[in-house]
Design a protein around this ligand. Structure first.
Ligand SMILES: *[C@@H]1O[C@H](CO)[C@@H](O)[C@H](O)[C@H]1NC(C)=O
Ligand SMILES: *[C@@H]1O[C@H](CO)[C@@H](O)[C@H](O)[C@H]1NC(C)=O
Ligand SMILES: *[C@@H]1O[C@H](CO)[C@@H](O)[C@H](O)[C@H]1NC(C)=O
Length: 638
């Protein structure tokens, strides 16, 4: 059954009016309105095709892509605001599609639909979240794998059906498919990242443990937190500053009252071998006194904002800053100039090492900008994919807004992606070192210039579990610099959950705690256990760094690997609260280095090798080593 009435409110009448079959069923989620069984098989030109003044609609064409795409298909729809194609897949082992909170890595094929449209939304199972990755991998029963990308930035959804098949529906652009033939899952990711851009090479320090919180509120609380971490000698490289460091949440300012002395304090942290990351939001207040807020005045002068449908007046919405805000259009080269200049100048105010870009779905606290969205086909298309609120404007801008690259309708989900590259270059220029950019919204190819965290997760056991799935998925998407907020973000955590999460998070590629409960919060015993698990992370950093190098150069995934001599067995092991069970594959050599409280110090310590033999008594491994943050000739290949 392939759904013939994907929008809500199907009835027998509306179904049969489309020439489809209506048959109720108690199979959960199965469509009651579906394409008739005698729908055309394969692709053939003609069929129900109708000639229109712009070309053909309801066109079916002959198969031209590879053998995996030759199975039963129903109608291919190709119209201006509705494109649909169904393909059979050779097995039910389908992985990928993002960004969502998926409750299993391997998808259920029982009539599940995933919407894709970037959205500021806390992780909720199946809901469309911050980024868009229309990419999946399918592993066949003979364990051969292939991957498929639908390179399309419009709002879209995909339905997984048990026969097994996939139905793609998008409301614009073209059906631009790329197929990656593997044959191993690792090959698929290597081929995919060759096409979309290999992941950037992270600085060594950014593999250290990181701390952040929304709501330190004052420099005193920040200092207390840092001191507590140092008191317990907990490995810790990076301090993040969330929006409360800003004056009234205005980008490129800092709160000179509550955070008086922040520039000097960042220098102090730097002297202690640490690094600093600041947050920047993609909205600029338009309501400051003229002549007092350069980011707005200069941006206005340069014409860098996303505009209303008229193409000349800026779109005005509401976000963190007081009053109303405008939204930089990063697809515009003038915006890139403006942003770069401000980032460079701000480096002289706060000596940052990296930039964290948030809210770039883009988020707006209203449904569309002022005064609301006009009623037209762009804002209210005939079909809205299965996304939250079935609205393209909720919590963002109206689809008919204008960006340099095109209508917001087409470019909405590219906003975060378009901000990442200019921020990467600005950070690189400002620091003269390898750039650190952490972005909430991502798209195909974002991994080339940035990393990602899994969003505003909740402090719950299930979130900790799903974070593992999210990390595996972002490895498929070519963004291996990935982690979840350790201990969760929303809700208070508990002692046990936070401790287990610290232990797990010590093995995230990107390891950051972003909770009010930092590792030193719960007292001595907790701190001791956190310290021990982070010291394991730090001893293995040469290994993690080498994995990132392999990823940067060859596109490998970073993290868990299934050894090719692998035989599955189940074992029950002890896991008392103070211990995370850790296993090493036979046949591998892991480089290690004695840990310290920062990577600046640990990089000076002696190296060692952990050699784990396989059944043949052999082992091999590799090490990539450099100064850890150079770009250009002394750094790894770009
Ligand atoms: C937006 O409007 C400004 C004038 O206010 C103009 O300079 C700029 O080019 C416009 N940008 C787009 C993408 O329409
Ligand atoms: C958090 O949210 C992401 C999506 O942003 C999801 O993939 C992940 O599983 C969620 N849970 C955790 C603990 O990260
Ligand atoms: C969370 O914990 C803090 C103390 O750290 C407490 O003040 C606050 O009321 C708690 N919030 C909730 C929702 O339990």
């Amino acid at each position: 059954r392939v759904d013939c009435h994907p929008q809500p409110g199907a009835s027998q009448e509306s179904c049969e009016a489309r020439g489809c079959t209506w048959c109720t069923t108690d199979v959960p989620n199965a469509p009651w309105c579906f394409f008739p069984e005698d729908s055309p098989y394969g692709y053939s030109l003609g069929g129900n095709a109708e000639k229109t003044d712009k070309g053909w609609s309801k066109l079916t064409v002959s198969p031209s892509v590879c053998h995996r795409w030759d199975s039963p298909l129903v109608d291919l729809f190709f119209s201006n605001q509705y494109l649909q194609i169904t393909t059979a897949v050779p097995s039910t082992s389908v992985y990928g599609f993002g960004e969502h909170e998926h409750v299993s890595f391997k998808h259920s094929m029982d009539f599940v639909t995933y919407g894709m449209y970037s959205r500021d939304q806390a992780p909720t199972p199946n809901a469309n979240l911050y980024g868009v990755h229309p990419f999946y991998m399918c592993v066949e029963d003979d364990s051969n794998a292939h991957g498929v990308l639908l390179l399309n930035s419009n709002a879209q959804d995909v339905s997984l059906s048990p026969n097994p098949s996939l139905t793609f529906r998008t409301i614009g652009g073209i059906l631009d498919f790329y197929v990656f033939l593997g044959p191993t899952p690792e090959n698929v990711v290597q081929q995919y990242t060759e096409a979309i851009g290999r992941p950037h090479m992270p600085a060594y320090w950014s593999l250290g443990f990181q701390l952040s919180r929304w709501g330190y509120g004052s420099i005193d609380v920040l200092k207390e937190t840092v001191n507590r971490m140092h008191h317990y000698d907990i490995p810790y490289d990076v301090q993040h500053l969330d929006i409360d460091y800003m004056e009234r949440r205005l980008d490129f300012t800092y709160d000179k009252e509550n955070f008086a002395g922040l520039p000097e304090y960042l220098q102090e942290l730097r002297k202690a071998g640490m690094h600093n990351v600041i947050i920047l939001d993609p909205f600029i207040s338009k309501d400051e006194e003229p002549g007092t807020y350069k980011p707005y005045d200069l941006g206005e002068e340069m014409g860098v904002w996303v505009n209303n449908s008229d193409g000349v007046t800026p779109a005005v919405g509401e976000a963190w800053p007081p009053g109303h805000s405008v939204f930089p259009d990063y697809t515009n080269p003038r915006t890139v100039e403006w942003w770069t200049q401000l980032c460079l100048e701000f480096k002289n105010v706060l000596d940052y090492d990296g930039i964290w870009i948030d809210m770039n779905e883009p988020s707006n606290f209203l449904r569309g900008q002022f005064p609301g969205c006009a009623d037209n086909d762009i804002n209210n298309p005939p079909y809205i994919p299965s996304i939250s609120d079935r609205s393209l404007a909720q919590k963002t801008l109206c689809p008919d807004s204008k960006t340099y690259l095109g209508e917001h309708y087409n470019t909405h989900s590219l906003f975060g992606w378009s901000q990442t590259e200019p921020t990467f270059h600005a950070a690189q220029q400002a620091t003269g070192k390898r750039a650190f950019v952490l972005s909430r919204s991502t798209f195909v190819g974002s991994g080339k210039h940035g990393g990602h965290w899994l969003g505003d997760n909740f402090s719950q056991w299930k979130d900790m579990h799903y974070s593992i799935i999210g990390m595996l998925e972002f490895n498929l998407f070519g963004m291996p610099y990935i982690g979840a907020d350790i201990c969760g973000f929303n809700y208070n955590t508990t002692y046990e959950l936070c401790l287990r999460w610290m232990q797990l998070g010590s093995f995230y590629p990107f390891s950051r705690n972003h909770n009010e409960q930092d590792p030193a919060f719960f007292g001595e015993e907790f701190a001791k256990i956190s310290r021990a698990t982070l010291r394991i992370r730090y001893s293995l950093l040469p290994y993690l760094y080498t994995l990132f190098y392999e990823s940067h150069v060859h596109g490998n995934t970073v993290g868990y690997k299934v050894p090719s001599a692998w035989r599955g067995t189940y074992a029950t092991v002890d896991a008392p609260l103070n211990k995370i069970p850790l296993f090493i594959r036979g046949g591998y050599i892991l480089p290690e280095q004695a840990p310290a409280t920062t990577t600046t110090k640990s990089r000076l310590n002696p190296f060692g090798l952990i050699v784990a033999l396989n059944e043949q008594g052999e082992a091999s491994g590799s090490l990539f080593w450099d100064d850890g943050d150079s770009i250009g000739e002394s750094g790894p290949p770009l």
